[in-house]
Write a protein that binds this ligand. Sequence first.
Ligand code: PMP
Length: 364
Amino acid sequence: VEQRVYNFSAGPAVLPVSVLERVRDEMLCLPGAGCSLLEMSHRDKRFLEILHGAEAGLRDLLSISDDYTVLFLQGGSRLQFSMIPANLLRGSSTAAEYMLTGSWSKKAIEEARKEGPVNVCWDGKSDNYASLPAAGQCNVPDDAAYLYYCSNETIQGVQFPSEPECPQDVPLVCDASSDFLCRPLDVAKYGILYACAQKNAGPAGVTAVIIRKDLLPRGSEDLPGYLQYRNHAEADSEWNTPPTFAVYVMGLVTEWLASQGGLAAMETLNRRKSQMLYDVVDQFPQFYQGHAQADCRSLMNVTFKLPNDDLQAEFLSQAAANQLCNLKGHRSVGGIRASIYNAMPEAGVAALADLMRDFANQHA
Ligand code: PMP
């Protein structure tokens, strides 16, 4: 393939073309630096500008106050599955409360159990993780170590429409890996909000961790240095060498988002894009079986099944012939998954919706 296709990959995923062009143009020589960013010290003044620019970009988009530190870490979101309980649960007498809503929260729970007591306050197993807790369904004690949830389960395609209720003194912790920057949110509601970049915010290699400063002292002294949030906070994300290239691209993505009108504009666009696909699912409910219940359908990962494996294979092959690629669902659940992150052009989603309609008309 020589040409760019419509790439529905769940992550690493589509990036804005203008960002890729800028990266290409600056690859050999970052303006003013005399070398590539790839060749530059992370202590270089020019890189520090980039690091602080990426932070400022996130702070502007999400209106993050000075009560929060923004960290750029390595190890992906899965290291956060361990770092969060290592800092906030190790040695705690009360349990951390976890909402089990799909594959990623399940893995987070497995890691947290290694650090301390965990209580699963909601489990979506009975309907195969197609729904999310409604208001009042989770009983979170006032002294819980924290309440953890995953705002968008990338594999199932279920997304919280807004934050779950959380007692005032309990830090709310959110894995926003696959819906970060897809809509505005109120950071003040969170203790920790984190996201790996490689879905909606940049390339693989960097994870943004937004943490309320009063939580930093909670990490016990005996943690391995990298796992201790305050080491990174005190060193301005330079406790060790940060993933410089990934931070640079994430900064460019925040600039692109601002140029598109910010997160409110993104939400409008993402609602429109996802609705195009859900409309077809609803038009042919016997043919396309959507996974998520209507009230928690993801704006980012649209998941559905076709009546049988043969039709599914045929659908994927017709899609690929139309330059609509990487639509196969996660190996653990099968089906189709269209990941339509911020940078997926509306025309790509429209082309997929057209194909779905034609295909159903041919085969239903
Ligand atoms: N959480 C969610 C919601 C994810 O989608 C992913 C990546 N698919 C992860 C965590 C794990 O991220 P990483 O591979 O960066 O550790």
